[in-house]
Write a protein that binds this ligand. Structure first.
Ligand SMILES: [Zn+2]
Length: 291
């Protein structure tokens, strides 16, 4: 039986931007990666891991495929900590929509306000299907690719076993700095009005919270992921999640980060959010730059 993971961003910005855990990280640059074999036309192109559909007049699908390969390579290096990542057996389908009507028809109810949506089957890698739908924003930029592709890569690396707070928290770090700042504002608002989650409550969620707590959920998930990743390498955060699945959060926190208890995690995080965080660069790419 096939199980489908569908993740729809509330809004999205940033292509292509680094998962800027360390301030020294820059955005993935096309010239930093191996040239990819890309075939096709302006509207439909294939690279080793992607099949890209662009509506006429949108952008060059071949250049978009290269951007996707760059992001993919960057994300595997960032989160798996190695460069010998595997090639997908079937290409991830990237569909760039002309308008919200076609986008909403493709992604369903979450398509009313979002700019990106991910659909992944949880079959074994050989049979896994991956699809990302994207919508350009009012400025003509494709802004959600890094966020949505983070979900796709993480589903592979973690074999689908990724708690929601970590899944969204990691993906939010691939968004541009202005969107990250909005999530941080949401978190600060929730903290001011005692509407934030306790860390133990956040990581125990097995689904999205009620609508009134969604802003706090996104803001706090990004913040907690950022704090833990800064205590080591990003790939160690995924090792922590794998260990948590085996031995529970408390023991995994102690083993990976030397954090003795949930109470200490809460204290460390409260201290983290009380300090101003460095801003991150914006690296959105306008569609007309890919023509
Ligand atoms: Zn997401």
């Amino acid at each position: 039986m096939w199980f489908v993971i569908a993740l729809v961003g509330l809004s999205a910005y940033g292509v292509p931007q680094a998962v800027a855990i360390a301030e020294s990280d820059g955005p993935p640059k096309t010239h930093d990666v191996e040239p990819q074999e890309i075939a096709g036309s302006q509207h439909l192109a294939e690279s080793p891991n992607f099949r890209v559909h662009c509506y006429p007049g949108c952008c060059d699908a071949r250049k978009m495929a290269q951007v996707c390969e760059t992001w993919r390579q960057h994300l595997y290096q960032q989160w798996e900590g190695q460069s010998d990542y595997r090639r997908w057996n079937s290409r991830c389908l990237i569909v760039i929509h002309r308008d919200r009507n076609t986008y909403r028809a493709a992604v369903g109810s979450g398509g009313q306000t979002s700019f990106g949506s991910t659909w992944i089957t949880s079959a074994a890698d050989r049979d896994k299907e991956r699809r990302i739908d994207l919508l350009t924003d009012a400025r003509g930029s494709i802004t959600a690719l890094g966020h949505e592709l983070s979900h796709v890569v993480l589903a592979d690396v973690m074999d689908g076993k990724l708690p929601l707070w970590a899944n969204e928290g990691i993906a939010l770090l691939a968004d541009a700095s202005d969107k990250q700042a909005r999530h941080e504002n949401d978190l600060n608002h929730a903290l001011r009005f005692q509407a934030a989650f306790r860390c133990s409550e956040l990581i125990a969620l097995d689904g999205y919270p009620s609508a009134d707590r969604i802003p706090a959920f996104y803001g706090q998930s990004a913040s907690l992921v950022k704090m833990l990743c800064r205590r080591g390498k990003p790939c160690e955060f995924l090792q922590f999640l794998k260990a948590s699945d085996d031995m529970g959060y408390e023991r995994a926190l102690a083993q990976t980060y030397g954090i003795a208890s949930m109470g200490e995690l809460e204290r460390l995080w409260q201290d983290f959010v009380a300090r101003p965080q460095p801003s991150q660069s914006v690296n959105a790419v306008a569609v007309d730059e890919m023509n």
